[in-house]
Design a protein around this ligand. Structure first.
Ligand SMILES: [Zn+2]
Length: 104
């Protein structure tokens, strides 16, 4: 935990991946408290930059994410959250937030 490199706002990027499928589901932000709550509860918690509050994934949608493993990258500035999702990751109802191909 001490080794993690949080940004100036105390946040770190969190990439969320389906543990079984390998699919990238979403990207969010975590702070130290979100990481602690995630470890304690086994459910993914994030920091909402828009609402400026801790956010338990699925608290409103019911689509809770059970955390299988937390990995940190080589630079200690990004966390990979491997989960068993209980429903779509995206608020649009898509399985993953990355369902739109970027075109020019
Ligand atoms: Zn989304």
């Amino acid at each position: 935990m001490e080794k993690l490199k949080f940004d100036a706002n105390g946040l770190i990027t969190a990439v969320v991946q389906d543990d079984a499928e390998g699919e990238v589901l979403m990207v969010a932000w975590m702070n130290a408290k979100a990481i602690r709550l995630t470890k304690e509860t086994g459910e993914a918690h994030f920091w909402s930059r828009s609402r400026e509050e801790i956010w338990r994934k699925g608290s409103t949608s019911g689509n809770v994410m059970k955390v299988v493993k937390l990995l940190v990258d080589c630079d200690q500035d990004t966390i990979l959250v491997q989960v068993n999702p209980s429903g779509p990751a995206c608020h649009t109802g898509e399985v993953s937030c990355f369902f739109q191909e970027l075109r020019d």
